[in-house]
Write a protein that binds this ligand. Structure first.
Ligand SMILES: NC(=O)c1ccc[n+]([C@@H]2O[C@H](COP(=O)([O-])OP(=O)(O)OC[C@H]3O[C@@H](n4cnc5c(N)ncnc54)[C@H](OP(=O)(O)O)[C@@H]3O)[C@@H](O)[C@H]2O)c1
Length: 248
């Protein structure tokens, strides 16, 4: 069954990618009416992303795995990302008065639970493979470097965005500095690099499916942001790409 679930998830990611070419997820600058009841943005982020931090641990422990230093490291890195995303990051955003539709929160919770299952189950079921010598594999070392670089780019870029606002201002200005020199959405680029690193470190189909999902969500959204910036700001830097420096 697990293999079928992985394949179904990969196919769904492709379908989501195609759908998001036509409709932007209605939160942040793309928020609009017609998506039903909504909750304050901060609460939405805490609830929908907090699920990811819990789900991987639950589905991992259900396999009664024998812990190894490699598994501690992998689960620890996942938690570092999601503790930032679900608690530190939302509490620092300046989104007073903004809301996220309940429908988006529920969809994100469903995805995060499912993704936690796919990754937690894989790690738990294959715990015996993740011995101390696993971390000497070239794929693990390359993955760790990607994960660390991606996380740093993601947090750095989010930080630049958070500093664009002060007081009760919830408007938008052109972000500058860091990797914003090259792309409109370096935070999304960092996220993509980070989860590519996770897939390499775990060398798992579950990690690969997560990368597909991340790309399916963030590449179309970066394109929407990029188009939006160009429409809103006449002086928007022409050389900036959407998400991948020099490429796209
Ligand atoms: N793994 C995944 O599939 C996935 C999916 C979604 C998000 N994420 C991650 O979650 C984080 C947040 O995502 P997001 O879609 O909300 O990112 P975003 O659109 O770049 O917004 C990030 C924050 O900065 C504010 N902001 C953005 N551009 C601004 C500007 N030009 N001037 C002033 N403030 C600006 C936003 O306010 P507003 O909310 O008011 O626009 C929001 O609080 C990112 O790090 C992203 O990588 C991951």
């Amino acid at each position: 069954m697990y293999g079928t679930f992985l394949a179904a998830s990969a196919i769904t990611a492709v379908m989501v990618f195609v759908s998001l070419q036509f409709v932007s997820a209605p939160y942040g600058r793309h928020a609009r009416r017609g998506w039903g009841p909504a909750v304050p943005s901060k609460i939405g982020w805490i609830v929908m992303e907090g699920v990811a931090a819990l789900a991987i641990v639950y589905f991992f422990l259900r396999q009664h795995p024998t812990m190894t230093p490699t598994l501690w490291l992998l689960i620890g890195l996942w938690e570092v990302h999601y503790i930032n995303r679900s608690f530190i990051y939302p509490l620092r955003t300046r989104t007073r008065g903004k809301t996220n539709p309940v429908a988006i929160v529920l969809m994100a919770m469903a995805f995060n639970t499912w993704n936690g299952y796919l990754n937690g189950h894989w790690l738990g079921a294959h715990a015996a493979d993740y011995t101390a010598s696993w971390i000497q594999r070239p794929s693990f070392i390359a993955g760790l470097a990607c994960f660390a670089a991606g996380f740093a780019i993601n947090v750095w870029s989010d930080e630049i965005l958070l500093r664009l606002r002060s007081g009760t201002n919830t408007g938008y200005t052109v972000p500058r500095g860091g990797l914003f020199r090259f792309v409109s959405c370096p935070n999304y680029f960092g996220e993509l690099v980070e989860w590519t690193g996770w897939a390499l470190m775990t060398w798992s189909p579950a990690g690969l499916v997560f990368v597909l999902w991340t790309a399916a969500n963030l590449v179309p959204r970066a394109r929407s942001h990029h188009r939006w910036y160009r429409e809103q700001f006449a002086d928007y830097p022409r050389e900036r790409r959407a998400i991948i420096p020099f490429v796209y």
